[in-house]
Write a protein that binds this ligand. Structure first.
Ligand SMILES: O=C(O)C(=O)C[C@]1(C(=O)O)C=C[C@@H](O)C=C1
Length: 463
C-alpha cells in the first residue's frame, strides 16, 4: 500500500502551497490598526500602553502578537519618549506583513498536522506557495520570534491559533527530519517516549518548526559511529538560535527492503540516505548493488513502494517496511554491529545546567590562527582534567558562515562571519561547575568566536 506521504520540505520545494483565508486576517489586522491609529492621534499614548493595546487587541497568537509589537516598535510611530504619532502607511504595511506571517504560520502547522501517518496527503491537492511582497521580511521575522518572547515584560495571552490547534493533543510535539519510519523518528520516540512525532523532511525544517512554535523540540542526527559527523546540522545549530537540551545514542539497525516477493538477486540498485549507504557500504559492494542517495531512509522505502520498483531495494528500518508494505530481504544489513547514531534534541530555551548528574557541554569556537591556537584552546580543558568527548575541525577557508549573531543589537540579524577554522568541542562537564566556567572564560581569550551550543544530560550508552 503506497502512502502519499510527502515530508514538508519536499512538498514545499516540489509543489507549492495555497492557503485560503488570507484576506480575512489582512482586513482584521488593518481595521484594528486603523482604530488604534485614530485613537492615538487624539491622545498622547506612551509607547508601552500603545504596544500593550496592539499586542492584546490585534492578534491571537503569541508569535504574531510579538511580531505586532516588534513591527510597531520598529516603525517611526514608536520613538522613545515621543507620544505616538507617525505614519499611517507604516502601520498598514506592518499589519499586512504580520498578518501574512501569521497566515504562513497557520499554514505550516496545517501541513505538519496533515503529514501524520493517519491521513494520507493526496498528492493531487494543489498547493501554491503564498507569495507575499514582504516574503523576505517574514522570513527574517520567522527567525526565532519565540526566543524574543522571553524578553517581553509580561507573558502574552494565547487565544489559540485555530480551533484545531486548541483541540491538538497535549503531547510534546517533536519535529524530526525524514518521513515517518526514519531512524530520526525512532530517536524522537526514544528521547521523548510519549511525544507526537512530526516528520519534517529536510534537516532545516525541524529547526524552523521549533522556532515558529509549531513544534516543542527537534531531534536531529549529529554523528554516526561509522559515517562520522553530520556537518550540515552543526551549521544549522549556528544559523538558528536554538539550544541543545539533550542527546540520545540510537543503535541503528538497517534492513534491506524490497517489493514483496522480490529476491536479493533481482535487486540492481539500492536507495537510502547517504549516511545509511555508508554504513552498509561493504555489504552493498559485496552484493554488487548500486547505491543511490535520497533524502532519508524512509523516503527510500516509500519511493520503492510507491513506484513498485522490482529491481530496486531500500535500506531503511523495519518500521518503514511495515509502513510502506515492503518485505525485509535482509535484516541487520549494516557493516558493523555496533552501528550507533548520536542524535541531539534542540529547543527554544536552554536546559538549566545542574551538577550531580553526568553532563555534557557542546561549544563551537573559531581560532584565527587555526591549529597554532588549538594547543592553547585544548590546554584550558587539560589543565582542569576536563575530558573531551569530541573535537571536530571545520576548515572554513574564508567561506562565510552565516550565524545568528547573539550579541548583535539588531534583532535576529543573520551575520555572515568569515572564520579560518571552526572547532566543535564536546566536553564532559556542566556549566554549573566552576571548573567549566573558568575553562570557558580562559577560552574566550584564545578564541575569536565562541558559542555554547548547549549543556545537557549525557546519554550514557547501556553497557
Ligand atoms: O534517514 C533516516 O532514517 C535518518 O534518520 C537519517 C539518518 C542520518 O542522517 O544519519 C539517521 C540515522 C542513520 O545514521 C541513518 C540516517
Amino acid at each position: 500500500m503506497a502512502l502519499n506521504h510527502t515530508p514538508i520540505a519536499s512538498m514545499a520545494s516540489a509543489e507549492s502551497i495555497t492557503f485560503c483565508g488570507h484576506s480575512k486576517f489582512q482586513l482584521g489586522a488593518e481595521s484594528l490598526f486603523d482604530s488604534c491609529f485614530k485613537l492615538s492621534k487624539n491622545e498622547s499614548f506612551h509607547r508601552q500602553e500603545k504596544s500593550k493595546m496592539l499586542v492584546a487587541a490585534t492578534c491571537t497568537t503569541r508569535e504574531a502578537q510579538f511580531a505586532v509589537r516588534k513591527a510597531s516598535v520598529s516603525t517611526p510611530i514608536f520613538k522613545e519618549t515621543h507620544p505616538v504619532g507617525g505614519h499611517f502607511a507604516d502601520w498598514r504595511s506592518a499589519s499586512s506583513t504580520l498578518t501574512s506571517k501569521w497566515v504562513k504560520q497557520l499554514e505550516i502547522e496545517s501541513i505538519i498536522r496533515n503529514l501524520q501517518p493517519a491521513n494520507a496527503v493526496h498528492s493531487s491537492s494543489s498547493l501554491q506557495l503564498l507569495k507575499t511582497g514582504s516574503g523576505g521580511c517574514i522570513a527574517k521575522m520567522a527567525l526565532p520570534i519565540s526566543r524574543r518572547l522571553s524578553d517581553l515584560p509580561q507573558p502574552l495571552s494565547i487565544n489559540g491559533l485555530t480551533a484545531s490547534r486548541a483541540k491538538r493533543s497535549t503531547a510534546l510535539r517533536v519535529a524530526h527530519p525524514g518521513a515517518a519510519g526514519a531512524h530520526s523518528e525512532a530517536a524522537a520516540n526514544k528521547a521523548y517516549p510519549e511525544c507526537e512525532s512530526l516528520p519534517c523532511g529536510k534537516f532545516e525544517v525541524p529547526f524552523e518548526a521549533v522556532e515558529l512554535c509549531l513544534a516543542d523540540r527537534a531531534v536531529l542526527p549529529i554523528e554516526n559511529s561509522v559515517g562520522g559527523s553530520i556537518h550540515k546540522n552543526y551549521d544549522l545549530l549556528l544559523q538558528h538560535r536554538l539550544h541543545i537540551v539533550g542527546e540520545v545514542q540510537l543503535p541503528v539497525r538497517h534492513c534491506l527492503l524490497a517489493i514483496p516477493g522480490t529476491t536479493k538477486k533481482e535487486l540492481k540498485r539500492v536507495l537510502s540516505h547517504p549516511q545509511a549507504l555508508s554504513q552498509c557500504e561493504h555489504n552493498l559492494s559485496r552484493l554488487g548493488m548500486i547505491p543511490e542517495a535520497v533524502n532519508d531512509t524512509a523516503a527510500a522505502a516509500r519511493l520503492v513502494a510507491a513506484n513498485n520498483l522490482r529491481d530496486t531495494g531500500a535500506i531503511a528500518s523495519s518500521r518503514a517496511a511495515r509502513l510502506y508494505g515492503l518485505d525485509i530481504v535482509q535484516s541487520d544489513f549494516q557493516d558493523y554491529s555496533g552501528n550507533t547514531t548520536r542524535f541531539l534534541m534542540v529547543a527554544r530555551e536552554p536546559v538549566i545546567p545542574e551538577t550531580g548528574r553526568k553532563s555534557k557541554t557542546s561549544i563551537v569556537i573559531a581560532l584565527e590562527n587555526g591549529s597554532e591556537d588549538l594547543f592553547r584552546a585544548l590546554a584550558v580543558f587539560a589543565l582542569r582534567n576536563i575530558n573531551l568527548t569530541k573535537i571536530e575541525s571545520r576548515p572554513q577557508r574564508r567561506k562565510p558562515l552565516h550565524v545568528v549573531d547573539k550579541d548583535s543589537k539588531v534583532e535576529h540579524c543573520m551575520t555572515s562571519k568569515c572564520f579560518e577554522y571552526l572547532f566543535y568541542i564536546d566536553f564532559e562537564a556542566s556549566m554549573a561547575e566552576r571548573q567549566a566556567q573558568n575553562a570557558l572564560k580562559e577560552l574566550e581569550e584564545v578564541a575569536s568566536f565562541l558559542r555554547v551550543l548547549g549543556c545537557y544530560p549525557m546519554d550514557v550508552p547501556a553497557i
